[in-house]
Design a protein around this ligand. Structure first.
Ligand code: FMN
Length: 197
């Protein structure tokens, strides 16, 4: 598969199940390698990752439901609940964090770039997430990206004893692909690109 074909294969897949071909050890090792090979500004390695499988994964989405219930209008809650139960039906979730202590230490060390370090860390988080998402796609594992931070941060930290300096940035739900996504729509190239000689 060419790199571009792989990028095309990576989609937001919401119909996910537990029937993945890779073992948990293989998934763990894949995620670790991809995170380690993803670049960070000054090679600061600000990215931190927690992988939740099976019961821990289910617990995450149950606790998200608990946290959201009092915050969601009653008439909207059944739809939210259905969506969250869909996530719970998957195999696992990768939680992406950034280490706030590393970011602030860089800001002190390199005052000239102080304003940039949080931005660069955020960008590094995004591309690490994309790399893991693509790596899953290459192995035939479906995934979708969620952002229930910051409302779930406290519960997540308590449940899995997350260091207080780890800031939750995203949740990548993954599992077996149970349905193909609808074809993707693209804006016109003319409005998006400029090329000069
Ligand atoms: C930075 C970023 C944030 C996103 N946040 C969410 C999200 O919170 N929930 C969600 O369901 N999808 C989220 N997505 C997925 C996008 O909606 C999706 O990638 C986009 O519609 C294109 O579809 P595709 O992933 O199938 O190519 C996010 C994607 C990116 C890049």
């Amino acid at each position: 598969m060419s790199f571009v074909d792989l990028l095309k294969k990576r989609r937001s897949i919401y119909a996910l199940g537990t029937d993945v071909d890779l073992s948990e050890e293989e998934i763990e090792s894949l995620v670790k390698e991809v995170v380690k090979e993803s670049p960070t500004s000054f090679n600061s390695q600000t990215q931190r990752v927690v992988i939740l499988f099976n019961d821990s994964h289910k617990k995450l989405w149950e606790m998200t439901e608990d946290v959201l219930e009092p915050l969601t209008p009653a008439e909207q809650f059944p739809a939210t609940q259905e969506k969250l139960q869909g996530f719970a039906a998957a195999k696992g979730t990768v939680l992406f964090f950034e280490d706030a202590d590393v970011v602030s230490s860089l800001q002190q060390q390199f005052a000239l770039y102080a304003d940039n370090f949080p931005i660069w860390s955020d960008q590094a988080s995004g591309l690490t997430q994309a790399n893991v998402w693509n790596a899953f796609a290459e192995k035939g594992i479906g995934a979708n990206l969620q952002h229930y931070n910051p409302v779930i941060d406290e519960r997540v930290s308590e449940e899995w004893s997350i260091p207080s300096n780890w800031k939750l940035r995203a949740q990548l739900v993954f599992g077996s692909k149970e349905a193909e996504p609808a074809p993707k729509e693209y804006m016109e190239d003319e409005k998006r690109f400029m090329v000069f000689n």
